[in-house]
Design a protein around this ligand. Structure first.
Ligand SMILES: [Fe+2]
Ligand SMILES: [Fe+2]
Length: 195
């Protein structure tokens, strides 16, 4: 039974390592740049999905009407910025200086986001949820991740994934946070706070 926070932190370590590797590449290593970008895209999308569909709604429900609820809104905005920068990096020419600049911006952005999650949001979550609840959330996230992994490995589903990516990018954060609120409402009572 994975603990939700341990799971998310292990994803963070992977993404940070990949972004560091990408940042060290030059215009001469186009193949490596392309390979790293697709790996980074896959890791980020799967991670954002389990956060947005499981962890964030649970956190929001637990912190409803408290100061800590702002951490949820801030994180959702940062995910939105990543949704903008990632496609820009993907479409940049790996032989260009712009590519290197976009890779650096994405790395800084994600490192900042990860730092805030780990030092603030996860630290709060550790106080608010019991170990058992964190394991329950971990199980839910693992199930989502397995499904997402299957989807990413199936070439036939690539067009569907692409469409989902476009729809996700177009979706204003207001809709994303509304989605999180709806998911949070369906959580069992003992997972929720603010009562
Ligand atoms: Fe996040
Ligand atoms: Fe995260």
């Amino acid at each position: 039974m994975p603990n939700a926070i341990t799971m998310l932190k292990s994803d963070h370590a992977t993404v940070k390592r990949l972004l560091r590797e990408l940042d060290e590449t030059t215009e001469r290593s186009t193949k490596q740049r392309e390979a790293l970008v697709s790996q980074i895209e896959r890791e980020i999308k799967m991670h954002s999905q389990i956060e947005e569909e499981v962890f964030y709604p649970a956190f929001k429900a637990k912190t409803e009407n408290t100061d800590a609820e702002d951490l949820f809104y801030e994180a959702a905005e940062e995910h939105h910025v990543v949704d903008m920068v990632l496609p820009a990096l993907k479409s940049a020419n790996p032989k260009s200086h712009e590519f290197g600049a976009k890779a650096k911006v994405l790395k800084d952005l994600i490192e900042h986001h990860i730092r805030e999650e780990e030092t603030q949001m996860f630290a709060q979550a550790r106080q608010l949820f019991s170990d058992e609840q964190l394991r329950e959330l971990g199980d839910l996230m693992q199930a989502r991740k397995d499904a997402a992994e299957a989807m990413w490995s199936n070439p036939l589903l690539r067009p569907v994934k692409k469409l989902q990516g476009v729809a996700h990018k177009m979706m204003p954060t207001k809709m994303k946070t509304a989605k999180a609120t709806a998911i949070a409402k369906a959580l069992p009572d003992d997972m929720r706070g603010g009562r």
